[in-house]
Design a protein around this ligand. Structure first.
Ligand SMILES: Nc1ncnc2c1ncn2[C@@H]1O[C@H](COP(=O)(O)OP(=O)(O)O)[C@@H](O)[C@H]1O
Ligand SMILES: [Mg+2]
Length: 230
């Protein structure tokens, strides 16, 4: 598994009187397969998640994934780190299901047959084969999230960062996505408010007002988180 390293990372949005520090001196080294991230709204979880694929660059400090600095070597980082957003509609870019999955493979220089084979395999994995030529907007919320997942995974990232992928879904769809995530062989960083998704995780990070206040096994970390809320 790639190692994620944050060294004295702080992040500030805006400048001058509008400046807002949302991450404060976060240092972390993690190479586990399953890493959960929890915290209240506004605690800095999404900013943390976006730092991992270089979508956000730290105001100070350094972020490295598998030894690649997100600031100096953004391309290498983005090739290794896939990202799933809360709202799959923000991520689905092509008209049909199969075209959307294939989109991720553009500019890879793959032969047409190779692209088709990879797309077929990804669709089959997520039960989307019968929807291959359907407009993506006809899918259920859960199927859309699985499509977003398929479109990212077809690029074979080593690390998948997911920012509340089940928050907008009903229970049934959330379960579907949770099962898919649980089956992934990759390293996963999962930001979630659905704490049951973190059962069996290796490590859980708790953010509070931009600080990493607890970093432990799920039992300990979630007890800490619950005590913050209580
Ligand atoms: N692009 C942005 N510009 C300015 N402020 C932002 C931006 N993104 C997030 N924030 C603010 O930073 C804080 C932390 O946000 P975020 O990392 O999204 O936390 P979380 O995901 O835990 O809710 C929030 O107060 C939010 O309003
Ligand atoms: Mg968020």
């Amino acid at each position: 598994m790639p190692v994620i390293e944050l060294e004295q990372v702080s992040h500030v949005y805006g400048s001058g009187p509008a400046a807002r520090r949302v991450l404060d001196d976060v240092t972390l080294r993690a190479g586990e397969q399953r890493i959960g991230v929890v915290g209240a709204n506004g605690s800095g979880k999404s900013t943390f998640a976006r730092l991992l694929n270089g979508l956000v660059l730290p105001t100070s400090g350094t972020v490295r994934v598998a030894g690649h600095d997100t600031r100096r070597d953004g391309r290498a980082v983005r090739r290794r780190v896939g990202f799933c957003f809360t709202d799959p509609d923000a991520q689905i870019v092509m008209p049909t299901v199969a075209e959307d999955v294939a989109f991720g493979l553009r500019r890879r220089g793959l032969a047409k047959a190779e692209v088709a084979a990879r797309v077929d395999a990804a669709l089959a994995t997520y039960g989307l084969t019968d929807h291959a030529d359907h407009p993506a907007h006809l899918l259920s919320g859960g199927q859309k999230q699985l499509l977003a997942l398929a479109s990212v995974l077809v690029t074979e990232p080593e690390l998948l960062v997911m920012d509340e992928p089940t928050t907008l879904l009903d229970l049934r769809n959330a379960r579907m996505v949770a099962d898919a995530v649980a089956a992934l062989p990759q390293q996963v960083v999962l930001v979630t408010h659905h704490l049951d998704l973190l059962d069996g995780f290796d490590r859980v990070l708790v953010f509070d007002a931009g600080r990493l206040v607890c970093d432990d096994v799920p039992d300990v970390a979630l007890t800490h988180y619950t005590s913050l809320v209580g």
